[in-house]
Structure formats: structure tokens, C-alpha cells
Design a binder for this molecule. Structure first.
Ligand SMILES: Nc1ncnc2c1ncn2[C@@H]1O[C@H](COP(=O)(O)OP(=O)(O)OP(=O)(O)O)[C@@H](O)[C@H]1O
Ligand SMILES: [Mg+2]
Length: 639
């Protein structure tokens, strides 16, 4: 099959230059669907990028008619940059699933025959959670059910089984109970001309599946479809890929690595890769060689992934390299987390004479670990940047709790008051808050006391006032003691679980870390207000950022990326693998894949570490070394 329109573009050997035989074969493959399965760092993304260039220069495809889908916006930007460098044209059709869907809906949402229009707004998770909370209350359900309802609705949208409400009604108990809630929620969204995240995919798929004219229009805009990180697609994304490519089945190229599936907790279906092979009758190619990492790093990766579930036995892709350098893998255990962070900082300072700070990344399993790193790096003058995800003191759970303490220390603190008044919920909405604000004379407790409220709101308000006044005297000198008490009184950990479901474990650890910090403040005899001032300033000014900085990020966010030097700290049971996963086989398998993803980010040096003791909620806990460290014992030197 020939490419569309003008062929025989500028002959550019550049597109194949520097690629190995298998990579070239994948770039040149044309005329039938292709599945490229290969391990980490073998050049999958590179092949995809070169293939875009090849199709343009050799096959005469027009840049904007090649749709390439990547997992994150960052990956999309990087890929567009690489193609632009090769060709001097900026490809406009590299996007994520979500941004592609937004593009479709901005143009064609009218065809849905609903009242949505193109100016729709997009609700994030917490917007839709708040709407659902109001709705479950209207149905006289416990507000905590909002979380379950949200999950049920989200799953129903992702499953794409026709009408969402009807689908939920047909589910087994207890999910069917949410059909009415879902209906009210859908109406509410439509009234606000709003879509939630799942709607973006759901409505686009629905449009394509039910409006042939719309589908044809979008199909005819693209001559080629490519998808990177295919192992992390979910059902609806898979279906969408099928719909878009239906007219041009032969011009589809997907790449993936089943062993890097790390998003099943968000609905990714690794079997989609096998399904793609069958459904599309795709040719399958492999890449054998790893170009990213040195030998020792690959040994670690191979050992860990060698123990993975055999479900993928015939797909196991052992990584090997032709590189001469052995590289370095080192493991250190430290007496406690402070010592661990200090050693890491010392090592980074040492390395900074031979490489740039931006060659270094610290990958963490849970985001709470960034707090200790931040303060240590600051002390050592190491420039760092927390990538994707907020700095510790900006995290919702940390802010919530600190705002309680701030309000106790100063009842005029308006920002603190507005934050805590409904967190956790006391049923005081915007109107209630407006009335309280109106009554403000001397301070917020006075305003709260002077405002007329419903009985239920009054009970909540009185409890808050009582709690604030009871701790007011102690907070300055005993912030840790007060914090522990506030967490208990608010049942804050249960609230986190209800509110955040999926990542509450991570948030819980942040709360624990805040306890540890305040314990130190209390022990040192530093006043709480002074500590607050320092930590606010620290997050604004002391942080040195810019390109030349060590990157700190979660492993999930590091997917697809690489650095010459990678640190993997806190390799302890209960952290990596995480506490929740230890009890669940499937989750434990995913942790193993996550570890594989983590070590394969490193090109030359991999530094592993763990602490014997770590503070949890202000108490010292004995930690056990992670099972992965034991498994790879023969690969590392011990310092
Ligand atoms: N033929 C090659 N010659 C030299 N370097 C290569 C070659 N192929 C790939 N590389 C380099 O190897 C590294 C890994 O490539 P790439 O990111 O494309 O791998 P990947 O398979 O997509 O990895 P991941 O599974 O982590 O997404 C990159 O630095 C890339 O430039
Ligand atoms: Mg890649």
C-alpha cells in the first residue's frame, strides 16, 4: 500500500541513520499493522519518533496527518521536539489520549444531541467529588459514599457499555444503588456544561461509535496512528484506537513493554497488547538490545523482572547490551532516614564535579519521601526540582492540618479558616461561609459564633470552636502534641481514605512525615510560628531551581525518561513494595514491575539505599530491607 498523496519526498538517510537492524526494520515496515514489543531502553520511543520522520520524508505523509499518542504531555512535548529537530517541521498531532479527545469534543460535541456546547469546562477529580458529595446528601446517603459512587461512575464510563446510568443500574449490588446518583450527577454536569476526565474519553468514543459522519471526518484527518506505552492503555482507550484506525487498519503502529505496566490501579489492561496482535492481525517485532544502561544496571533489572509472573513468559525480554562499561550499582543501608538522606547529598556533591546536577534523578516510591530530601538538599546547597507533584508544604493534607494549627495560633488567619471550615466537611457551603465572613468583627471564632446556622452546621461549628480554643495555648510550644490530637479528633486518616481512595496511602505518609517534623520542632523548643515562617520562606526562596538541578519525582512520573545517575532510596518493606501491596498478589506484581521501571531509568550509575529506622507519626519504626535488595545481592557493591 502506498502512502497518500505526494511520495518520494526529500531522500533523507537521516531517518535510518544510527539505528540497528531491527530498529530500521520497524521504521521501514509499511503496509500492515505493527506491534513492537521490547524491553526498557531498547529504543521503542526512538523508533516511533524516527518512524514519524521516515513517513514524512520517505513516504510523503503530511506531518499533521500522523497522529501519535503518548502517555504524558511531557512525553508528547519531548517527542515533538525531537521530530522538529530532525525535520525542521513541528508536528502538531502528537498528543495524549485526553488532549486528543478535548480537540474532538471542542469541535463536535454538538453532534451528541445533548445540551453541551463547545465551551464546556473540564472538572478535575476534586470538582466532581464535591458535586457528588452534594448529590449523595440529597439522596440521604452518607457523604462518605461519594467516593464509592465516583468509582462506580468512573468505571462505568471507562468500561464504555452504552448508557452510563443504565449500565450502573444493571450492575450487581451494591453498585446498582448508585444509578440514581449517577443520573443526578450527569444532569448536574450537563447543566453546568461540564465534563469530567472520564467523560472526555467516554463521549469521544460514543461520538465515534454512534455518529458515522463524525467518525469518518476524524478518520479522514489522519493517515497514520501511533501509540507509545501501549501496555498502559485501558479498555476505552483501546476501543478508541480501534475506531480511529478502522479506515486505515494497515497504518497503525504501537509500541510497548508488558513489564512496564504500572497503571493497572487506574484501569490499564496489559492484555491489550496481546489483544492488539490478534484483533489487528499485527506483525510483531522485537528489539533485543538495550542502549540506555550499563551492564550492572541491566543485571539488576533482569533479575528482578525474571521473577515476575509467568503470564508473560513467552514475552520475557531479557535486556542485554554491547556496551563495554560496567557502570556502577551500589547499595547502602543507613541507620536512619536522616543519615540516608545525608549520604545521598554527600554523594551528589561528590558527583557534581564529574557530571551536571541535571544528570541526576532521585526516584521515590511515595511522595512523602521528598520532604526529607528537600530539607537535606537545601542544607547542602544542592539545586533540586520536584517534578510533577507538589512540594511537601503545598500538599493538600499537609496544608489542611497546618491550617488547623495556624488557626489555633491566630484566630484571625483568614486563609487558614477558609481552608479548615469545611475540611473535613461540616456542611457549611459557600453561602454559609459568606454569612460567616459578613459577621467577622474581631476574629473567626467570634464570626462563627455570631452566625446563624442550621442545627447540623451549628454542631459542627461548635465542635470546631471548642477544639480551637482548647488547643490555643499549647500550639505554640507543643505543636506535635496538638497535631496528634487534631488528627485523632478529626478522624483525619479516615477522612483521607474516604476522600482520596486511590492515593490515600501516599497522603497518609505525608501526614506521618508532618508529625515527624513537628516532633523535632517541639523537641528543639522552637515556637510553632517561627517554624511556619521558615517553612513558608523555604518553599519560596531557598529553593534553587532551574535546568541545572537534581530532579526528584515519583517512579510513576519517571516512565519513559532516563538519567545518567539514578538514586533509589527507601528500599524498605512497607514502602517499596508498599504496605498495601504486600497483602495482594496482583498489587505485588505491579510493585515488581515498578521496581523494574525504576532501575531501568539509569544509564550509568544506580545508587540504592535503605534506612534501618524511619519515623512514622513521630515514632521510630524498625524497617526491614526491601525484598528486591535481597534478590539482587550479587549485583551491587556495598559501601
Ligand atoms: N540505535 C541506537 N543507537 C544509539 N542509541 C540508541 C539507539 N536506540 C536507542 N538509543 C538510545 O537509548 C535510549 C533509550 O531509548 P528509548 O527511550 O527510545 O527507549 P524505550 O524503549 O522507549 O525505553 P522505555 O521502555 O524506558 O520507554 C535513548 O537514550 C536513545 O537515544
Ligand atoms: Mg519509551
Amino acid at each position: 500500500m502506498a502512502g497518500p498523496g505526494n511520495s518520494g519526498g526529500i531522500l533523507s538517510p537521516g531517518m535510518l541513520e544510527g539505528l540497528n537492524r531491527e530498529q530500521k526494520a520497524a521504521v521501514e515496515h509499511f503496509g500492515s499493522p505493527l506491534l513492537l514489543l521490547a524491553g526498557a531502553g531498547s529504543g521503542k520511543t526512538k523508533v516511533l519518533t524516527h518512524k514519524i520522520g521516515y513517513l514524512i520524508t520517505e513516504k510523503g505523509f503530511r506531518p499533521h496527518r500522523i497522529l501519535a499518542i503518548t502517555f504524558t504531555k511531557k512525553a508528547a512535548r519531548e517527542m515533538a521536539g525531537r521530530v522538529e529537530m530532525m525535520l525542521n517541521v513541528a508536528p502538531r498531532s502528537i498528543s495524549t489520549f485526553h488532549s486528543f479527545c478535548v480537540r474532538v469534543l471542542r469541535e463536535d460535541i454538538g453532534a451528541l444531541d445533548r445540551t453541551f456546547d463547545r465551551k464546556f469546562i473540564i472538572y478535575d477529580q476534586s470538582d466532581s467529588k464535591n458535586r457528588l458529595k452534594d448529590i449523595v446528601k440529597r439522596f440521604n446517603l452518607d457523604v462518605r459514599e461519594a467516593d464509592e459512587a465516583q468509582k462506580t461512575i468512573s468505571k462505568a464510563k471507562q468500561a464504555y457499555r452504552g448508557d452510563v446510568v443504565q449500565h450502573i443500574a444493571s450492575l450487581p449490588f451494591p453498585h446498582d444503588r448508585y444509578a440514581e446518583v449517577a443520573q443526578a450527577y450527569e444532569r448536574d454536569l450537563e447543566r453546568s456544561n461540564a465534563l469530567d476526565y472520564d467523560d472526555l474519553l467516554h463521549y469521544t468514543t460514543h461520538l465515534f461509535a454512534s455518529r458515522p459522519a463524525v467518525l469518518e471526518k476524524w478518520q479522514s484527518r489522519y493517515d497514520f496512528l501511533m501509540v507509545d506505552e501501549f501496555q498502559d492503555t485501558n479498555d476505552i482507550q483501546y476501543f478508541l484506537v480501534k475506531l480511529i484506525s478502522d479506515r486505515n487498519r494497515n497504518n497503525v503502529f504501537v509500541v510497548g513493554d508488558p513489564f512496564q505496566t504500572i497503571y493497572t490501579w487506574r484501569g490499564a489492561v496489559p492484555e491489550n497488547i496481546l489483544k492488539f496482535g490478534r484483533d489487528f492481525n499485527a506483525e510483531e517485532m522485537r528489539l533485543e538490545k538495550n542502549y540506555r544502561s550499563t551492564r550492572k544496571i541491566l543485571d539488576v533489572a533482569n533479575i528482578v523482572i525474571g521473577k515476575a509472573d509467568r503470564m508473560w513468559a513467552d514475552k520475557i525480554l531479557t535486556l542485554h547490551t554491547d556496551r563495554e562499561e560496567e557502570g556502577e550499582v551500589e547499595y547502602r543501608s543507613a541507620p536512619d532516614h536522616d543519615a540516608e538522606n545525608r549520604r545521598m547529598a554527600e554523594k551528589i556533591v561528590e558527583l557534581s564535579s564529574v557530571c551536571s546536577y541535571s544528570d541526576i534523578a532521585v526516584l521515590i516510591r511515595l511522595s512523602f519521601l521528598s520532604r526529607g530530601l528537600e530539607s537535606t538538599f537545601m542544607r547542602y546547597g544542592i539545586p533540586y526540582e520536584i517534578v510533577r507533584g507538589l512540594a511537601f508544604y503545598e500538599r493538600a493534607e499537609v496544608k489542611d492540618l497546618l491550617c488547623y494549627l495556624r488557626l489555633m495560633a491566630n484566630t484571625r488567619d483568614g486563609a487558614a479558616f477558609t481552608r479548615v471550615i469545611n475540611t473535613p466537611s461540616r456542611g457549611i457551603g459557600k453561602k454559609g461561609l459568606a454569612a460567616i465572613t459578613e459577621n467577622f468583627r474581631t476574629d473567626w471564632m467570634q464570626a462563627l459564633g455570631d452566625t446563624r446556622l442550621s442545627r447540623k452546621q451549628r454542631t459542627g461549628a461548635d465542635r470546631l470552636m471548642e477544639m480551637v480554643s482548647r488547643h490555643a495555648d499549647a500550639v505554640e510550644e507543643k505543636p506535635y502534641t496538638v497535631l496528634m490530637s487534631v488528627i485523632r479528633e478529626l478522624d483525619y486518616l479516615v477522612y483521607l481514605e474516604d476522600e482520596y481512595g486511590d492515593d490515600h496511602e501516599d497522603r497518609r505518609e505525608n501526614v506521618s512525615e508532618l508529625c515527624n517534623v513537628l516532633l523535632a520542632v517541639e523537641r528543639e523548643g522552637r515556637p510553632f510560628s517561627e517554624f511556619m515562617e521558615d517553612s513558608l520562606l523555604a518553599s519560596d526562596q531557598d529553593r534553587i531551581s532551574g535546568e541545572e538541578s537534581v530532579k526528584i519525582m515519583t517512579i510513576h512520573a519517571a516512565k519513559g525518561l532516563e538519567w545518567p545517575v539514578v538514586f533509589l532510596p527507601a528500599l524498605e518493606e512497607g514502602i517499596f513494595p508498599s504496605e498495601r501491596s504486600v497483602m495482594n498478589r496482583a498489587a505485588l506484581e505491579e510493585e515488581r514491575r515498578l521496581f523494574y521501571v525504576a532501575c531501568t531509568r539509569a544509564k550509568e550509575r544506580l545508587y540504592l539505599s535503605s534506612a534501618d529506622y524511619r519515623m512514622k507519626f513521630g515514632r521510630t519504626s524498625r524497617m526491614l530491607q526491601s525484598r528486591y535488595v535481597g534478590e539482587i545481592r550479587r549485583c551491587y557493591s556495598r559501601k
